[in-house]
Unconditional design. Sequence first.
Length: 288
Amino acid sequence: MAPVTVFDEYRNLLFSVAYRLLGSAADAEDAVQDTWLRWSAADRSQVADPKAYLVRIVSNLAMDRLRSARHETYVGPWLPEPVLTTGEAPDVAPALLLVLENLTPLERAVFVLKEAFAFTYQEIADAVDRSPEAVRQAAHRAREHVRENRPRFPADRDRQRAVTERFFAAAAGGDINTLMELLAPDVALWTDGGGKVRQAMRPVTGAARVAAWLAGVGGRPYEGVRIDQMSAVLAELNGSPGLVISGAGRVLGTITLDLDAQGRVTAILNTANPDKLASVQAGVVRQL
């Protein structure tokens, strides 16, 4: 097969791996492009397993990016870049990707390759240049961290959709009573404006504070757009129902919710940084 044909066969896989590692569609695209450059320059006659070879390249490129401390100068809370998706993909939920941010690059790579793509420990060891035993230990640490920090039960899609619709109606209408019914006592609201649009500069926690913040925001214009000039469309975001909020001819933000076993909202993730909304604005749909 021609090199471009082989690479294109695995392009979506490479993007999916890189996105889960980096939480950024733009960075994932860059990693895939750099992988192509290395692949096109390689002696492919010596490559017995192109898939393993390419996953190894993209994983190491992504880990290098993670080690570059890319969030140190970020203004306000950092959230993963939202992507429009087709099909279920619970392992790319923004709340989970946010938890993975606290793993080491190695732990994150091992967790993603094992849990999302079912690679064997030996395959992962080959990809990240570690021994199988080191990979097993990293996988154990990663799973324990995720279990401790996100002990959630995936909500069924109908419930996720219904809660998301009720949540937006209550927030837009300033209905604090309904918001208090929907929110878990320890709910956290994360707003990512990247210092480019008005957003909370640190997470807002607790049902009463979150409900009051949401009701207050819903009562005033945002970036020059009044609430009655906005529209909210239910869309597939990161593998589950979420909201795309638009106004004045542009996407203003996205909202995704994390639910507990009782269907209460435990996390609200609002991405409004314009740089992170480009793919949603363009309507790019991905299968992750």
